[in-house]
Design a protein around this ligand. Structure first.
Ligand SMILES: NC(=O)c1ccc[n+]([C@@H]2O[C@H](COP(=O)([O-])OP(=O)(O)OC[C@H]3O[C@@H](n4cnc5c(N)ncnc54)[C@H](OP(=O)(O)O)[C@@H]3O)[C@@H](O)[C@H]2O)c1
Length: 262
């Protein structure tokens, strides 16, 4: 990992390049914001409601002298998307990429899901990604990267996960199209698909704690994947070490998805 450190502080990117991390103040997104900032990037961490999480990250940024800024914006609204695009446009430094972590979802069987659940989930998980990429495209420099956070539910049927799984399937498909269409501009697009990671997201899933415990026991590693392990994979995908990787889905699940018993 040493060669990845400080990669964004170089003559090539002066001042250091910037990344936008959506959902970047909590859970996996927070770990990605921290990992990228530690690697020398200037990070804009987007969030919506949780001021406490943002304040905690701000305190860490001040203590560790990160170059990290915040953009509170609802990515399901035109105003929110524009606010983020304006923040990126005013950076005055190379814009090196977008990591889309923000996600929500209704965890119910299909019979109980409504069109509203569907639209609410798609609006953040897929449509905001589509709109953000289009808005930020003029800012992305040659050598920049887009990473979309997906999940095993994009390709496997997980109980009560239909609408989130469908949103992640659409997200992955869109990312593959971006990978092909944006490659000539020098922009790579990849998908990062973690296994189960203990974050707040599991607190709103019925039986979430029990399911996490079961996932840890089933995992070939005998434990859950950590947010930091996902963050290091995101940094790798955006790094000069990954310039040949485009349109790939990188699974970070400790081998769970290939174990016959999982
Ligand atoms: N945790 C897992 O086991 C797991 C496994 C596979 C894939 N993933 C994927 O990894 C990503 C991160 O997961 P996580 O568990 O870390 O998520 P999380 O803890 O639930 O955090 C979700 C983030 O999305 C933000 N957000 C929600 N609504 C928003 C909106 N309308 N506009 C802007 N931001 C909004 C939240 O902001 P606030 O903090 O302000 O509420 C929060 O930062 C997601 O894409 C998820 O699907 C997670």
């Amino acid at each position: 990992m040493t060669e990845l450190k400080s990669q964004f502080i170089s003559a090539e990117f002066s001042p250091p390049g910037a990344f936008l991390v959506t959902g970047g103040t909590r859970g996996i997104g927070r770990a990605i914001s921290v990992e990228f900032a530690r690697a020398g990037a200037y990070v804009i961490a987007n969030y919506l409601r949780n001021e406490k999480a943002a304040s905690e990250l701000q305190a860490q940024a001040e203590a560790e002298k990160f170059q990290l800024d915040f953009c509170r914006a609802d990515l399901t609204t035109a105003d929110g998307l524009q606010k983020v695009a304006t923040a990126v446009g005013q950076l005055g430094r190379p814009f090196l990429g977008l990591v889309h972590c923000a996600a929500i979802g209704a965890h119910k069987p299909v019979a109980e899901l409504t069109a509203r659940h569907f639209e609410w989930t798609m609006a953040l998980n897929v449509r905001s990604f589509f709109e953000l990429v289009k808005l930020l495209l003029p800012n992305l420099v040659v050598g920049s990267s887009i990473v979309a956070l997906s999940s095993p539910g994009a390709s496997r049927a997980i109980p009560n996960y239909a609408v989130v799984g469908a949103s992640k399937g659409a997200l992955e498909s869109l990312a593959r199209y971006l990978a092909i269409e944006l490659a000539p501009r020098g922009i790579r697009t990849n998908v990062l698909a973690p296994g189960a990671v203990a974050t707040d997201a599991w607190k709103v899933i019925p039986g979430g704690e029990i399911k996490l415990g079961e996932a840890a026991k089933r995992s070939p590693l005998g434990r859950l994947i950590t947010p930091e392990e996902v963050a290091r994979a995101a940094l790798f995908l955006c790094s000069p070490a990954a310039t040949g990787i485009n349109g790939h889905t990188l699974i970070v699940d400790g081998g769970a998805s290939i174990a016959s018993w999982c």
